[in-house]
Structures are given as structure tokens and as C-alpha cells.
Ligand binder design. Structure first.
Ligand code: HEM
Length: 514
């Protein structure tokens, strides 16, 4: 029955789209207003129909459409999604102007407009969804100073060593079978273990970690997938698709149960009993400045923990998979990296240590090239402005959503020669200590922005770079990675929570030292 209703909805949408889609794209809006009073150009707005058209696209379908619109209409275009305009910017210097030079003006987030978004962000009590103001500042500063500070990150090096060993053991076992290994699940699990330990402390076992991973992953994947339709005409779909709606709420409830159990255990533990500080510990006593200094509720702590896990796991494991895929595809890059590592390892056998990483400039170049060529997110999270603003001669109205095309900027042929090729050598410029000199924060000049730029730049940048450098170095040091016979390693992309490999990497791996 439910499938029947979905088919009716999809059928109606398809008919509407097919009748109007071409017309939408061939038309342009004409106006007598000056540019600074008008929105950036875009396909004309037919209120309900435009929303249906855009909501029924996922981001990977939207990206080529936007690319075409930018070619025709210029670096800023407007789509009309739900009740507000959504502006997309493809130009690097306009992005720098907005997010760096006018950072405070463009630092706000739009309120979630979809049913799913509203529930998941739990009334905007997460760093990524909070408005730009005292609560956001408190939550973000808490994360960066208490957990992502280099000294705290260093105190968790035993956790990285433990996870690395699990990864190496499992690859060693697989290598003995001689069969190619599908690596994505191992990478996702490894990153998840690390983030769970930072979030809930290091006394969890594999079973507990797996339980959290299961609920988080289902909610993450299905919210952007099969539950997405609940965002269309919520009053109608909540009746017609009541079973799916119920399933969504059950999943939210399951997630709350699993995370609440861990949060309570952490809260009730005796103080000062030798546990390393975890992210949830830092949340219990925070006082919300905008709400009479009240403490966070359990649901809000769940929201923040869930954000921490989601933000740091798929992004990093996706980047890791893309980088290793390029190691397999381009054996000369892998060999050059191996030789660099060999140069600093002397007679040591197994682990490339965290202190070794700064002596490996080519490794850093490989990671930067991986993030440029395959940024895990091809867009930022949506930004907004609190007052009408002008950018590039066009109006950005108060509360409009504005987003920036991350991948396009890293592939700009005006900056990068042969931009679609994988060439770590691009990042050769080094400082007097022999370290790669490249400003990934884009504060002076923006050439790529896999972590965003400006006030909302990813606070996990340092941790993510450490994870990528540490794991890539150790995977290449311990194993030789080769393509399966006759496999060219396809770099085709697919949009999930991040932009992943459409055909997940399968590699033959051979221990370097037997
Ligand atoms: C390769 C790994 C990662 C990539 C590519 C990445 C990328 C991004 C991007 C593009 C944004 C949006 C910036 C904007 O909207 O302007 C973001 C935001 C965020 N990221 Fe990351 N991220 C990564 C890893 C991490 C890690 C490890 C953590 C935490 C442990 C993290 C936590 C966050 C948070 C909390 C935000 C919201 C910031 C705000 O709104 O103020 N990320 N990240």
C-alpha cells in the first residue's frame, strides 16, 4: 500500500517535471531593477513546482545542473527551494569575499525547513545548525579548546595506535586469502572507533561501538535517502506514508536510547577515577548564555554527540578511501611515498609514529591532493545572512540560503594545471623547515576549501589531517596496494552523506615485510 502511494507521488512529480523542466531551464527572468536589488539569475520560480523539482534531486544530480546554470548565467545563481531562495556561488574570489572578508555577515545558518532536518538538529542545538551567536560560540569553543586542542588530541594517540592495529590485523588476515579486499567498511569502522572513544571515553568494547555505529549509520544514510520523501508535503505524506514516518521516529528513538545509556553512564561515573576526558564530559556543565544559563538537556547532549560522530567519521573515511584508490591507480605515487617513509623509518619495523609525520612532506602533498581532487563534500553546509546584503552586485536577501561549490573551486583550471589529474607534486612549495607550505584555511587566498573557510570552517580540520596522514602512512608502509587484474580503479562518484566512490575500492594487498 505504501509503495502504491509513493508511486502515485513519484508519478505526479515526474509528469509535472517532464512538462515543465525544459521550459524552466530555457527561460530567464527579466527585471527592470538594478543588479544590487535583484537576486542572482536562475530558472524562474513556479512556487510549488520549483520546490518539487529541486527537492526530488539529490545533491549529485543538482551539481551538474548547477554547473550548467553557472556556465550560462554566471558565478551566482538562484534556485527556489521551499519558501526561500537558495543561492549557489561557484567563484573563488566571491567566496573569499563572502566567507573571509565579510565573515561575520555570512556566518549564520538557515533554520532547517524540512521535517527531518528539524528533528535531527533538535531545535538547532548542535554546532553546525546553531545560529551565529553566543550559543554557537560557546559550543564551538568548548569543542575546539577541550577536545580538538593539540594536547588533548595527543593524549588519545594510544586510541589511534589501537585502531591502527585492528586495521592492520584485519588486512593481514585478508591478504593471506589472496582475494581482493573491499576496504571501505574497515575504514569506516576504524574512524568510527576513534570518534566514539573521543566522544564517550576509552573504556568501550567493540560490541558497544558496533551498536552505536549501527544506529548512527542507519539514521545518517536513510535521512538523506528513503526518509527524504517525508519532507515533501509533510501533512500529506505523514498520512499516506505513516509506516515510513513511524519507522523514522522509531530509528530516532533507538538512537536516543543507545546514546542516552552511554551519556548517563559517563555522568554517573565517580569523578577523577582515571578516565581520560571525553567530549560528553565537557557538555554536562555548559550553561547556555541565551537561555538563562540553563544546562543542556539530555536530548541536546545526544544531538551534539551525534553531530560529533557523524561529522568526523564518514568525511575522513571517504577521504581515506579516495586517497588509497589513487595509491592503487598510480603505483609510482605509492612507491615515491613508500620511499619517503623508508627514509625516516631507519630500522624500525612496524608503526610510523605520529612524531614522524612532520618529516614526511610528500605524504602531506598526497593528502592535500586527495582532498583537492576528491573533497568528501562538494558543497558546504548552507549559510545565510541576517540582513539583506550585496555580493557580486546581486542581492542576497535576509534568511536566503547561500552555498558554495567546494569541488568546482578545487578543480578551477585558472589555478590548477590539468585539474582532474592526481599530482601531489603540485604542493611542492616548502618552508625553511622542509614542511609543505599551503594554507588550507584559505584566509589569505582561496585555492581550494575541502574544510570550508572563514568563521564556520570545520573545527575538526587538524584532527582529520592527523587521522589521514597517520593511516595513509601506515597502510602504505605495511602493505603494497595493487589493483585487481584488469581493473582500472574507477573514479566515478556517488552522493551519499559524502561523495563516495561509486564502485568501492577493491585492492589486492601484499605485506611489505613477511
Ligand atoms: C576529512 C574530514 C573532514 C572534512 C572534509 C570536513 C569538512 C567540513 C565542512 C566542509 C564543513 C562545513 C563548513 C561550512 O559550512 O562553512 C564542516 C563543518 C563541521 N565539521 Fe568537519 N570535516 C571533516 C572532519 C571533521 C571532524 C574530524 C570533526 C570533529 C571531530 C568535524 C566537525 C565539524 C563541525 C562540528 C562542523 C560545523 C562547524 C560550524 O558550523 O561551526 N569535521 N566540516
Amino acid at each position: 500500500m505504501e509503495t502504491y502511494f509513493i508511486n502515485i507521488i513519484i508519478f505526479t512529480i515526474t509528469i509535472t517535471i517532464s512538462l515543465l523542466f525544459r521550459a524552466l531551464f530555457n527561460l530567464r527572468s527579466f527585471t527592470s531593477k538594478t543588479p544590487s536589488q535583484t537576486l542572482p539569475p536562475g530558472p524562474p520560480n513556479f512556487p510549488i513546482i520549483s520546490t518539487i523539482v529541486w527537492l526530488s534531486q539529490n545533491l549529485s544530480e543538482l551539481e551538474p545542473i548547477l554547473r550548467n546554470l553557472h556556465k550560462k548565467l554566471g558565478p551566482m545563481v538562484t534556485l527556489n527551494i521551499l519558501s526561500r531562495p537558495a543561492i549557489y556561488v561557484s567563484d573563488r574570489s566571491l567566496t573569499h569575499q563572502a566567507l573571509v572578508q565579510s565573515g561575520a555577515l555570512f556566518a549564520d545558518r538557515p533554520a532547517a525547513q524540512t521535517v527531518i532536518g528539524k528533528i535531527i538538529s533538535r531545535d538547532r542545538h548542535s554546532i553546525s545548525s546553531a545560529s551565529y551567536g553566543p550559543t554557537w560560540r560557546l559550543l564551538r569553543r568548548n569543542l575546539t579548546s577541550e577536545i580538538l586542542h593539540p594536547s588533548r588530541v595527543k593524549s588519545y594517540s594510544h586510541a589511534r595506535k589501537w585502531v591502527l592495529q585492528i586495521l592492520l590485523d584485519s588486512f593481514m588476515l585478508s591478504s593471506k586469502t589472496g582475494e581482493p579486499v573491499r576496504v571501505v567498511d574497515n575504514f569506516q569502522h576504524a574512524m568510527f572507533c576513534l570518534l566514539v572513544l573521543l566522544c564517550f571515553g576509552d573504556k568501550l568494547n567493540q560490541e558497544q561501538i558496533k551498536e552505536i555505529e549501527t544506529v548512527q549509520r542507519r539514521l545518517l544514510v536513510d535521512s538523506g535517502g528513503r526518509f527524504n520523501i517525508l519532507n515533501l508535503w509533510p501533512k500529506v505524506t505523514s498520512v499516506l506514508l505513516w509506516k515510513r514516518r513511524k519507522e523514522f521516529f522509531k530509528l530516532v528513538e533507538d538512537q536516543e536510547k543507545v546514546l542516552a545509556r552511554l551519556i548517563r553512564a559517563r555522568k554517573n561515573r565517580a569523578a577523577g577515577n582515571g578516565h581520560a576526558l571525553a567530549y560528553v564530559d565537557t557538555l554536562f556543565d555548559l550553561q547556555l548564555p541565551e537561555e538563562q544559563k540553563r544546562k543542556l538537556t539530555e536530548k541536546e547532549i545526544i544531538s551534539l554527540s551525534s553531530e560529533f560522530l557523524n561529522a568526523g567519521t564518514d568525511t575522513t573515511s571517504t577521504a581515506l578511501q579516495w586517497i588509497m584508490a589513487n595509491m592503487v591507480k598510480y603505483p609510482h605515487v605509492q612507491e615515491k611515498l613508500y620511499m619517503e617513509i623508508k627514509g625516516v623509518m631507519e630500522n624500525r619495523e612496524t608503526e610510523v609514529k605520529e612524531d614522524d609525520l612532520q618529516k614526511l612532506p610528500y605524504l602531506k602533498s598526497v593528502i592535500l591532493e586527495g582532498l583537492r581532487r576528491h573533497p568528501p563534500g562538494h558543497f558546504l553546509l548552507p549559510h545565510t545572512v541576517r540582513e539583506d546584503t550585496v555580493l557580486g552586485g546581486f542581492l542576497v536577501p535576509k534568511n536566503a540560503a547561500i552555498n558554495f561549490m567546494v569541488a568546482e573551486m578545487g578543480w578551477d583550471p585558472a589555478v590548477w594545471e590539468d585539474p582532474m589529474a592526481f599530482k601531489p607534486e603540485r604542493f611542492v612549495s616548502k618552508n625553511k623547515n622542509g614542511e609543505v607550505e599551503f594554507d588550507i584555511t584559505g584566509s589569505k587566498e582561496m585555492k581550494m576549501m575541502p574544510f570550508g573557510v572563514g568563521r564556520r570552517i570545520c573545527p575538526g580540520l587538524g584532527l582529520a589531517m592527523l587521522h589521514l596522514e597517520y593511516f595513509v602512512a601506515n597502510l602504505v608502509w605495511n602493505f603494497e596496494w595493487k589493483a585487481m587484474d584488469g581493473d582500472d580503479v574507477s573514479l566515478e562518484e556517488k552522493q551519499e552523506f559524502t561523495v563516495v566512490m561509486k564502485t568501492p575500492l577493491q585492492a589486492c594487498i601484499y605485506p611489505r615485510k613477511t
